[in-house]
Design a protein around this ligand. Structure first.
Ligand SMILES: C[S@@+](CC[C@H](N)C(=O)[O-])C[C@H]1O[C@@H](n2cnc3c(N)ncnc32)[C@H](O)[C@@H]1O
Length: 276
């Protein structure tokens, strides 16, 4: 990893450290930690319907944030390890696990170092959802890391914002192309956003972030090149956040959709791929 790339990761980590502390204090109820502690099982509808049986499986949850979904997988009987590069997120995740009385391992580190930190071929299942790939400059390196984590026959579950739609922004109420559909590693999307997505009005100090859009061809092609075979691929008309101002709450808890009458667009995608 060169110094420039390390600089991107350092800035993003500072931003996520701040956001992890804010999110885990749950001022807006976005993460509804009390409901989680009370035992409510709320993996969101798409992943709940697709992830399949994880009971008894060794699961690696990459970019686990402060561990809510990691612990939801533990509750479903998985032997789960969460990884995130934010030390604040990992500390909060360990606190939450203790508070919930759930067994899960949490590892601090960069996704690209995951196999060295978590074990080669040590997992039956790798779980990656919502807001993970956009923080990664090198999608081929990510696919290789996923393949190295998986035991032969092990599977990846990936659920993400649709990269095609990430190239669009709503500008004065109109959804229009805004970003290139593929971001080169060396020229990230640079943003300074003063608040986070939970609805909190608290101003962040570390606002600078670096992100990348990876087209489906890069995601699928690199998974195949790393030795995974595609089991299935779905596109969805839901997102767990309002990407565009005109989006409305969907029937499923925590998800948003485009308004009735708007041309239908693929807002997210999911796939399962298995290590050969
Ligand atoms: C939007 S959150 C993902 C939320 C996740 N779906 C969950 O289970 O709650 C993005 C996470 O990625 C982490 N992250 C970003 N870049 C990373 C990297 N290079 N290596 C490891 N974690 C990273 C951030 O610290 C943050 O917790």
């Amino acid at each position: 990893m060169d110094a420039t790339q390390q600089g991107y990761f350092d800035a993003n980590r500072r931003n996520w450290d701040e956001r992890a502390a804010l999110h885990a204090s749950d001022g807006t109820g976005f993460y509804d930690i009390p409901a989680f502690l009370a035992g409510r099982d709320d993996l969101m509808a798409i992943e709940a319907g697709e992830v399949g049986e994880v009971r008894g499986l060794r699961v690696a949850h990459l970019q686990c944030h402060f561990g809510l979904d990691t612990l939801r997988l533990a509750r479903r009987g998985a032997e789960v390890t969460g990884l995130d590069f934010s030390p604040v997120a990992i500390a909060k995740a360990r606190e939450l696990a203790a508070e919930a009385g759930l067994a899960a391992r949490f590892v601090e580190g960069n996704v690209y170092d995951a196999p060295d930190l978590m074990g080669e071929a040590a997992f039956d299942h790798v779980y990656v959802t919502w807001g993970a790939l956009n923080w990664l400059p090198d999608i081929a390196g990510w696919a290789r890391a996923v393949a190295r984590l998986l035991a032969p026959g092990g599977r990846l579950y990936l659920l993400e914002s649709h990269p095609t739609i990430l190239a669009f922004e709503s500008v004065e109420g109109v959804i229009r192309p805004w970003f290139d559909f593929a971001t080169a590693a060396g020229t990230p999307i640079v943003q300074d956003i003063a608040t986070t997505y939970t609805g909190s009005t608290r101003q962040l100090a570390s606002t600078r972030t670096y992100e990348w859009i990876h087209p489906l061809s890069a995601i699928l092609g690199n998974l195949m090149a790393a030795g995974l075979a595609l089991d299935w691929f779905h596109e969805h008309e839901r997102l767990p956040y309002r990407l565009f101002a005109n989006m409305e709450p969907a029937a499923e808890v925590g998800l948003y959709k485009l308004p009735e009458g708007h041309p239908r667009l693929p807002l997210s995608f999911s796939l399962q791929a298995s290590r050969r």
